[in-house]
Design a protein around this ligand. Structure first.
Ligand SMILES: [Zn+2]
Length: 90
């Protein structure tokens, strides 16, 4: 009689909510590799709880993107960028 053990495959089929939670930000930023991205997308479609969480994050990001930075924020961003460029340039 054979015993069956659950074995994880490299190209996973089942991702659980915990994994999706930790991948969600990268998923929304489009930073996951293709296989994982698809796994997460499928889970979000099938799992109401994670799907809700994802859409909340997505809306949050969208509203952040909509808000226009103040002149001060822009100025300090530019300063930071100059600084970083000077560091990179040596
Ligand atoms: Zn889930």
């Amino acid at each position: 009689m054979k015993r069956h053990f659950l074995r994880r495959r490299a190209a996973s089929q089942n991702v659980d909510c915990r994994h999706v939670g930790s991948w969600l930000q990268s998923y929304l930023d489009g930073e996951l590799d293709e296989v994982r991205h698809r796994d997460v997308a499928r889970h979000l479609r099938d799992c109401r709880r994670c799907g809700m969480e994802a859409s909340t994050h997505r809306e949050l990001k969208a509203s952040l993107r909509r808000s226009v930075p103040t002149p001060e924020e822009t100025a300090s961003l530019n300063r930071l960028r100059d600084f970083a460029e000077r560091l990179a340039g040596g």
